[in-house]
Design a protein around this ligand. Structure first.
Ligand code: NAP
Ligand code: MG
Length: 407
């Protein structure tokens, strides 16, 4: 323990959203071992555990999201999303909505997922040297679609009625010879604009190029609308800022984007429509090594930030932990959620010390893994010749050792 270190004072609080199961255990240990000895932590605390969400009729989630609007920066622990089995397990009053969905609806943001690269763990794609950050437009399209089964002999027509009651009709398909299926999807200019602004802001903030891709050659009105909105906002509000920052925005067809992503060396933000983002974020997480090494930040177009790990509450490890086992659960993504939030807090409040601490803690984590000390999930994928498998607490203390050498 460094004795001459003066704990860093904060100005404004971070919104702290506690969570469930193994990640709740990790949360407390990170604070005890790596944060509170060095920072006079100021947080506005909300307990988003499933028990407390149930007790408060989920109002605690809404309060936490509103607090994020007030203070601007939040850090969130993984939480259980209720399903039938969880309702039974915790005797819940009802199947509460996913906290992430509730928070996102209130903050109106876009989720950016970024892999954490460490020495000894190479991405499956050989050329990738830097992270590829993926941004998914989490509204509309097939996720907000309606669909139905159609019997042979039916006709599908799309009807649009304007505010004066005038309708226009678009033929979809005449199911003369066969049964079939039909689907209708939508999006809104305002949601696409929010998405675009979040993407431009994130790219500027992190000094990364921004790519946006869709299938506008086939979808000449729908996908083309996305392309036009991105272009308009770029030209009007971001072109100069991007040039000043030395970064680039470009649009390309989704097919071309895939080819370029595979051949790239990484180091950019890839903005995706809802379905593309859903699918390609899983591909990227796997290709970069592990879900336990993926961070996630919700960026709202109004300037609010919420940081978290991309993985869930690691239930299987928690059950072993409850039986007294020392599990080798990887805390890296959760540590990076804290450092991301602390860095942003420091930036907004002009606290260089806090920013520097956040960066050093990240460096300490990376060098610990680089020295061969890691949790079990990484041992199996690391190419380092000498590896030591540590349990959660041992790993955190090893990081602390490295951190103290830097302070
Ligand atoms: P998960 O918690 O991400 O865990 C799936 C598996 O991935 C684990 O069993 C473990 O594999 C491995 N893993 C994930 N994170 C790890 C870590 N930090 N260290 C080591 N291994 C790790 O996903 P899940 O089991 O599907 O979901 C559990 C709960 O989390 C669910 O209730 C779900 O609703 C919730 N969830 C929350 C969020 C969120 O809050 N953002 C996101 C996703 C899921 P092994 O067991 O093989 O070691
Ligand atoms: Mg997916």
């Amino acid at each position: 323990m460094v004795t001459d270190f003066k704990r860093i004072k904060m100005k404004n609080p971070l919104v702290e959203m506690d969570g469930d199961e193994m990640t709740r255990v990790i949360w407390e240990k990170i604070k005890d071992i790596l944060l509170t000895p060095y920072i006079d932590l100021k947080t506005d605390y909300y307990d988003l555990s499933i028990e407390n969400r149930d007790k408060t009729e989920d109002l605690v989630t809404i309060d936490a999201a509103n607090a994020t609007k007030k203070y601007g920066v939040a850090v969130k622990c993984a939480t259980i999303t209720a399903n039938a089995q969880r309702v039974e397990e915790f005797k819940l009053k009802k199947m509460w909505k996913s906290p992430n969905a509730t928070i996102r609806a209130i903050l109106d943001g876009t989720v950016f997922r970024a892999p954490i690269l460490v020495d000894g763990i190479s991405p499956l794609v050989k050329g990738w040297k830097k992270p590829i950050v993926i941004a998914r437009h989490a509204y509309g399209d097939v996720y907000g679609g309606v669909e139905t089964y159609v019997e042979k002999g039916s006709k599908a027509v799309l009807q649009i009625t304007d505010k004066n009651g005038n309708s226009k009709y678009i033929d979809v398909h005449d199911f003369e010879d066969s049964n079939g299926i039909v689907q209708s999807i939508h999006n809104t200019d305002s949601s696409i604009e929010s998405f675009a602004i979040s993407c431009f802001e994130y790219a500027l903030d992190n000094k990364l190029d921004l790519w946006f891709s869709s299938k506008d050659t086939i979808s000449k009105t729908y996908d083309h609308r996305f392309k036009d909105i991105f272009n308009d906002i770029y030209e009007k509000r971001y072109k100069d800022k991007f040039e000043e920052a030395g970064i680039e925005y470009f649009y390309t067809l989704i097919d071309d984007a895939i080819a370029r992503v595979m051949k790239s060396e990484g180091g950019f933000v890839w903005a995706c429509k809802n379905y593309d983002g859903d699918v390609f974020s899983d591909m990227l997480a796997t290709a970069f090594g592990s879900l336990a090494m993926m961070t996630s930040v919700l960026v709202s177009p109004h300037g609010y930030y919420e940081y978290e790990a991309a993985h869930g509450t690691v239930t299987r490890h928690y059950h072993r932990y409850l039986q007294g086992e020392k599990t080798s659960t990887n805390p890296i993504a959760t540590i990076f959620a804290w450092t991301g939030a602390l860095y942003k807090r420091g930036e907004l409040d002009g606290l260089e010390e806090l920013k520097a601490f956040a960066s050093k803690l990240e460096e300490a984590v990376l060098s610990t893994v680089g020295q061969g000390y890691m949790t079990g999930d990484l041992v199996s994928i690391s190419e380092l010749p000498e590896k030591t498998r540590l349990d959660l607490e041992e790993f955190l203390y090893k990081v602390k050792e490295n951190l103290e050498e830097m302070l």
